[in-house]
Ligand binder design. Sequence first.
Ligand code: CA
Length: 387
Amino acid sequence: MKIAQVETYILSHHLNGSFFFSQWSYSERRICIVKITTDDGLVGWGEGYGPADIIQSGIKHLTPNLIGKNPIQNETLWFDLYRKSLDFARRGVLTASISALDIALWDIKGKYLNLPVSVLLGGQLRKRVVPYATGLYFSKENCLPKRLAEEARDYVKQGFRAIKMKVGLSIEKDIQHIKHVRNAIGDTPLMIDANHAYSLREALQLAKMAEPYNISWFEEPVSPEYYHQYKQLREKTSIPIAGGECEYLRFGFYELLKNNCLDILQLDICASGGLTEAKRIATLASTFGVEIVPHTWGTGIAFHAALHFIANLEPTPGRLYPPDFYIEYDRTENAIREQLTRPSLLMENGYINIPQSPGLGIEVNEKALHEFRVTHTSKVYKGSKQI
Ligand code: CA
């Protein structure tokens, strides 16, 4: 079996209402996905996290290294792609392009071997995970605290067992929002995410003021460049510190881990090196006893890659009744996430089941693909039969 064709799609959805967080606002969801087809007609899907047009260029640049190769030997292909990127992009968007291709190869491998990706990764340590609602972004409303409280209450009504809210507007406003949301949701676990809006001094001040509100973790409190600030903050607050969505490859995560920056490591599978590298990062994290809750954003492809990865994660530490594992479930407006893949995600009693069908366990809805598509490129292997 050979890789016969690599196609990329940029999908776009203009939002009905824009929303913002500490760094910028969203009025469009724009995502690059990749489809790899083999000479015997198997199809695998992957997704990159980051600027879609640059990820698409990266995939186009890397594709000649894949065409005609055996997709089952995905780890050797990962190494080839990594070596081709090493001199120019040891971190960053080209790694997201590799990630997208890597996820598609795992999907093909699973379909070829008739096994779910989680089983290929080594097995399913759990059959279900707890999605936590990511939402509670900012909007230009006069009554923002009231709206955030209503949104949070609605997540609890929908059955979510944990909720993450944005902070990073100002310490004063953040605390006001946290107070309103906590009052609205009772004892439901609540996380806060600053998207690295703060200096160490500000982050520490916010952490101290937020401690009485029983915060499950404080995500990206400071800039991802300042490993030493993560460490200092972590030593001075009782709130667990989370981060890692801006980090790449095992080499980057080693810096976070050896500097004792984190309680919760949040790699993004679609950016940090795909499932192949995610497995290695998880092994590395296990040597430091740090738990993992991946950063997950984008379509059902990214979500399913995360579902399979989490199914295989070892609990840190192991015990007879380990706690449930979280998966991040973005609840902001995104028609692509809702319509691109089938089956639709189903939350039952606050849980989502790990898919048991081969590969990632999804089909891409061709109608939605064409509806959201803004560009499409493809590269076909000339030495193989045309598909
Ligand atoms: Ca985040």
